[in-house]
Design a protein around this ligand. Structure first.
Ligand SMILES: Cc1cc2nc3c(=O)[nH]c(=O)nc-3n(C[C@H](O)[C@H](O)[C@H](O)COP(=O)(O)OP(=O)(O)OC[C@H]3O[C@@H](n4cnc5c(N)ncnc54)[C@H](O)[C@@H]3O)c2cc1C
Length: 236
């Protein structure tokens, strides 16, 4: 277990019998109270580990039912009821050589990180030499997940990362905090001519707004895969 940011924690789970998973899949975690009340929430797999281990990164929502427990209440050695990994649509296939454009809003970076890790781990696969780009909309530098690892991976020619800080920019940054808009999106993402495969993940409003902008900019809708985390969220 590790503290990812002030409000998010990464949990490593061992699922006996698991023989790996696909990058982009999620698990369903069920919590049960002694009175029989249960709550189930989905969490994307962040890791690209072979075998029976996987990592989740959970963002605590102040008024949430499940996320505060996963961020503060779980201890090493505890057992959780987990179903999955599940999902066959929002997954990156290492056999696909297409360039990939990832777009994350907040904790939506989690399944995209699994894709980035799977890509980096398998350079011999057809997709392993494909260009990967991540556009990451996040409140502040402190709120960004996986910062050091992304910096390290971005030193390779195969990954580039663009941050959009919505509330607080890094000290000394010439760019003030701002919401992602259609113009900034079009500058940051791979061009239409590259025919990239898009994976967009985050709060529902973020995902839908970004997907609409891409279609309006001429990207084919069938190249855009989305994962909506729910919540009212805000637009980018
Ligand atoms: C496929 C999938 C994968 C997901 N992966 C992750 C992940 O990797 N990490 C992660 O932290 N979360 C992830 N989520 C969101 C997660 O399932 C929960 O919705 C989230 O943790 C809130 O649960 P809660 O019980 O704490 O809050 P709840 O008690 O369900 O909700 C509390 C309040 O927060 C609002 N809310 C609920 N969800 C969100 C949200 N995502 N954003 C903003 N407001 C919200 C609700 O409307 C409500 O007002 C994923 C969701 C889906 C569908």
């Amino acid at each position: 277990m590790s503290q990812e940011t002030r409000t998010a924690r990464t949990l490593r789970l061992r699922l006996p019998g698991l023989t790996g998973h696909r990058a982009g899949q999620h698990v369903d975690v069920r919590l049960s109270a002694p009175d029989g009340y249960t709550a189930v929430r989905s969490y994307s797999v962040a890791s690209a580990l072979p075998g029976d281990e996987l990592e989740l990164t959970v963002e605590e929502l102040d008024d949430g039912e499940v996320s505060p427990y996963l961020v503060h209440g779980v201890s090493v050695g505890d057992q959780l009821e987990v179903r999955g990994p599940v999902g066959g649509w929002f997954v990156w296939d290492p056999a696909d050589p297409s360039p990939v454009q990832l777009i994350a809003g907040g904790s939506g970076v989690v399944p995209l990180m699994a894709m980035i890790r799977a890509h980096a781990a398998d350079p011999a696969s057809p997709g392993g030499t494909a260009e990967f780009r991540l556009l990451y909309s996040v409140r502040s530098p402190e709120a960004a997940y996986y910062g050091a690892e992304l910096d390290e991976l971005a030193k390779s020619a195969l990954l580039s990362v663009t941050y959009v800080y919505t509330r607080e920019a890094p000290a000394g940054s010439p760019v003030p905090p701002r919401r992602l808009d259609a113009r900034a999106l079009s500058i940051a993402v791979l061009p239409v001519s590259a025919n990239p495969a898009f994976y967009i993940c985050g709060a529902t409003a973020f995902v839908e707004t970004v997907a609409d902008w891409l279609v309006q900019a001429g990207y084919p809708a069938d190249r855009i895969k989305t994962e909506r985390y729910g919540g009212m969220g805000s637009t980018p």
